[in-house]
Design a protein. Structure first.
Length: 95
């Protein structure tokens, strides 16, 4: 899947643990081209499979997340890691 030329702002997962205030990817190929991912947030409990105020991705062998010419700015995570982008490599994957 390719997302191109979008601005994603103001996304908030609320108190649900999981991550990805703007985008959550689960074991698939995703390309982010010419994106502005700003001002998104999530709450995370500190486990492995959460975080990423802007984008959170879980990748397996043969899947990838490819940001190209994209801006991650002003994203926030409460309680975990990856304000702009957090990736959990389950059994491989490529960033």
């Amino acid at each position: 899947m390719t997302l191109r030329g979008l601005t994603l702002t103001g996304g908030d997962t609320g108190m649900s643990s999981g991550g990805g205030g703007a985008i959550r990817v689960f074991v698939t190929d995703v390309s982010l081209e010419n994106m502005f991912i700003t001002g998104n947030s999530t709450f995370a409990t500190g486990g492995l499979m959460n975080g990423g105020g802007g984008v959170f991705a879980t990748l397996d062998d043969g899947t990838s997340l490819t940001p190209q010419n994209s801006v991650f700015s002003g994203n926030f995570v409460e309680g975990s890691k990856g304000g702009g982008l957090s990736v959990y490599f389950n059994s491989g994957g490529e960033l």
